[in-house]
Every structure is written in C-alpha cells, then in structure tokens.
Write a protein that binds this ligand. Structure first.
Ligand SMILES: [Zn+2]
Length: 393
C-alpha cells in the first residue's frame, strides 16, 4: 500500500507538480496539475494578463481624455476671450482690444481685426472651439494697435491680411518711427560718451553718427504688414456669404473699413462706431468729426432694423443705437458751437455739465474717452470751424 502510494507520488513528481492548496479545508488533499493543465493555465493567465493590460490601457486613455476635456473646460487663458454668437455662422470675440468679427464655414474662417500680439494664442484657441478650419483671411478695419497687434503672429500662421492702403502706410510709418527713435537714442548716448572721452564737438558728432549708421544697417523692417491693400472696396465670396469690405473717408482714421455680411445682414463697423461710449476720433491720423458723422450716415443708409451691428468697441448693436450716437454727436457739436459763437470761453463751456448729462448718466464717459476729453475734442473742432463767426462784443 505504502509502496503503491510512493510509486504514485514519484510518477506525479516526474510528470507534473504537486500543489498543496493553501485552503485549510482541503489542505490534506494535494492538488495535482498535469503538463496539459499547466499549459492551459498558462494560456488562461496570459489571456487574463492581456485583458488586464487592455483594461489599464483603456482606463489610462479614458483618464487622459477626461483630463483633456476638463482642462479645456477649465482653460483660463491669461488673455481672456469671450465668444458671442451674432447670427448664422458669424461670431464676435471680445478680449482686450477692439471687437473681433469671425465668419466660419466650409471654406475656413474669415476674421476681422486681431487685437494685441499677446492675445493671438487665446484668440486662435477660441476660434478652434468654433471651427476645425483655420483662419484664411483677416481684415484690419484700421491701423490702431488694439486691432492690428496680432498681425505678425497671424502672418506666421499663414493668414492673408487685407486692409485699406492707408492702414499699411501707417503701420510702416509707425515701424519706421520706432527705428528712428531708437537710432536717435543711440546717437545721443554716443555723442555724450565721445564728448566725455574728450573728443571735440565735431569729432564726437561724426563718431556718434557713424555708430548710429552702423546700427541702422542692421535694423531692417520685416514685411509684417497687410500683404493686400485696396483703395475703395473689396468683395469676398466665402462660406456662402457675399462679404463687402468698404472704405469710409477720414472718419475714425484715414484708413477705416467696414465689413458687411450681406446674406446674414451683419455689419462690423470697426471704430467708426463705439456703442454706448464717446468715440475716439484720431485727428492726428486722418480722422475727423465730419467724416465720422458721414460714416455713421453711411451705416444708416446700409442697415435696416434687423441688422446686427458689431461695433469697434461695446456690445452688439442695432440701427437705433447708431441713430442715437449720431444724434448725440450732432447735439453736442451744435450746443458747443452755440456757446462758442456767443463768446463763451472754453472753461465756461467745459463747465456746462448739463450738456452731456444725459449721456454721462448712461455711462458714455466711462470708456477710453472721458467726458472731458470728448468735450475738449468737440470744442477744438468747433473753434476751428467757427473762428470767424463769433459775435462781436
Ligand atoms: Zn481705433
């Protein structure tokens, strides 16, 4: 009996494996696995392992996806951009500069103005939340930095920039002026240095001039300006829209354009219209009060009560808001003119707070242009026009 048992044991030891179960209840009963069972078990284990790995892989992917989604939801850019749907596939993006207009669709994205350079990343991220197509065309409504600051970045993205010819001219002039200003500083610094070193007036000046000239040779202005310019108007046929871009003369600047989406009846005015704020009229860059009024009249000829108007600054507006702004400007101008012709002094006129009260109460003076700044501007315009018409005393 014992021999048979030993024989059996040795047989199993040779052919397989004796496994003593760790379970107490059958501790006395050794579990015996054959080679076949072993292979089966190994296969089972491999399958299990594979399944486990797949599960881990899936969980990791799900986690990453989830994380990405929550990151997108919690994405707080240092440059805040808000997206407002205007109508159809037209949007307004607000941030730190002038209102951006955006038309998306099968042909790509069409953008109006690009705010500041530091905003490009956040702006393009907001665009990608609306469309998977990239920005193809960009219009600058005028040359001011809060509408064109992102141009260099956008050009690097491969976007084609359009603007009225004066926008390109003014942007080039500004870039040249920057170079001239820094060259002037270099010249002055070296003039002082050479004078201190004991050189005579002439020699110090010649030396400083030479240094500045050497620096100038290395300071070349890159062509980061609108590639395509126009004189009067342009028409785009894009995203099933007929998009009219047209110039208005000497309004906010001398390079203003407005953009009208004829199919959606949406107009982007650039800074030719500030909604709810006193406007900035840049007379040093070709803007004028009369041109501004004419541009507002042009808007009123184009739009109807259903038109959605994206202003350069402020909230989306309607025709009545443009009408209100136009009559406000005419009212303030005529009031100031009346008192000016009646020989009131600038101080007296500026002290007449009741003239602007209605608009001040609505917050018109809380923007970039304060009531005082705006009244000063109106006064200067009036003084220029009515100098010879003041009543004799
Ligand atoms: Zn502007």
């Amino acid at each position: 009996m014992i021999r048979t048992f030993l024989l059996l044991i040795s047989f199993f030891l040779l052919s397989g494996q004796v496994v003593f179960s760790q379970n107490d209840s059958d501790a006395a009963q050794p579990k015996i696995t054959t080679n076949k069972q072993k292979k089966k078990e190994a296969k089972k284990q491999a399958k299990l392992k594979e399944a486990q790995e797949k599960q881990i892989e899936k969980e990791t992917k799900d986690f990453a996806d989830e994380k990405m989604k929550s990151n997108e939801a919690n994405y707080i850019p240092t440059y805040p951009v808000a997206t407002v749907k205007v109508r159809d596939s037209i949007y307004m993006l607000t941030g730190r500069g002038g209102n951006i207009g955006l038309c998306v669709g099968k042909d790509g994205a069409f953008m109006i103005d690009d705010q500041f350079a530091e905003g490009t990343e956040a702006i393009l991220k907001s665009v990608s939340n609306i469309t998977d197509k990239s920005v193809r065309f960009l219009i600058n409504t005028h040359h001011h930095g809060d509408h064109t600051g992102g141009n260099k970045n956008m050009l690097e993205e491969g976007v084609v920039i359009f603007a009225h010819e004066n926008v390109r001219k003014r942007l080039i002039d500004e870039a040249r002026k920057k170079v001239q200003d820094s060259l002037e500083k270099i010249y002055q610094k070296n003039l002082e240095k050479f004078s201190k070193d004991g050189y005579g007036e002439d020699k110090a000046a010649t030396g400083a001039k030479r240094v500045a000239e050497n620096v100038e040779a290395s300071m070349k202005i890159d062509n980061t300006f609108p590639f395509i310019t126009f004189e009067d108007d342009l028409t785009f046929h894009f995203n099933d829209q007929k998009i009219l871009v047209f110039h208005v003369h000497n309004a906010h600047t001398d390079g203003d354009s407005m953009v009208y989406f004829t199919d959606s009846n949406v107009l982007h005015t650039g800074d030719v219209f500030f909604n709810g704020k006193y406007p900035y009229i840049d007379i040093n860059n070709g803007g004028s009060f009369d041109g501004y009024i004419n541009a507002l009249s042009k808007i009123l000829m184009l739009v109807d009560e259903d038109t959605k108007i994206i202003p350069g600054h402020g909230e989306i507006a309607k025709m009545k808001d443009v009408k209100y702004t136009k009559s406000m400007l005419e009212f303030l101008h005529s009031k100031v003119a009346y008192h000016y012709v009646g020989r009131k002094s600038k101080e007296q006129i500026m002290a007449m707070k009741d003239i602007t009260k209605e608009f001040d109460d609505k917050g018109y003076g809380s923007g970039f242009i304060s009531t005082e700044k705006f009244m000063d501007f109106i006064y200067e315009d009036v003084a220029l026009k009515y100098k010879d018409k003041r009543v004799k005393q």
